[in-house]
Design a protein. Sequence first.
Length: 143
Amino acid sequence: ENHPGYTAAQNGVLSELPGQAQAFSRASLHEREKNGELRLENEGLKTDLKKKEQELESLKGDVEKIKDEVALERLKNERHVHDEEAELERLKNERYEHDKKEAERKALEDKLADKQEHLNGALRYINEKEAERKEKEAEQKKL
């Protein structure tokens, strides 16, 4: 759509339209461009979310590794009660970190859902405007 010949042809057609139809058509083009930008932004957010999900999976792997290490340490230190208390504190800290990462992931999902909702609203708006434009064109043809 950004090809110079296409743009020139488009401008030629637009210049032949009556003023109101011309303005509507230009507004429709602007809405399409805006829609494209929103789609790009949405794709970027999806990419970011996938990266965060990969990070989360990596962190889950790290948590499992740490849990295994904790279990091994527990076996080594069964005879030492005070070591068990320290281990419990460590597990609490790990759980806290895990919960924090999970909350971050959820926040990213919510943000993506909000962006998707915004994009859907923009698409509905564009579709409504396009339908109005077609209806006006049909009325113009009747005249």
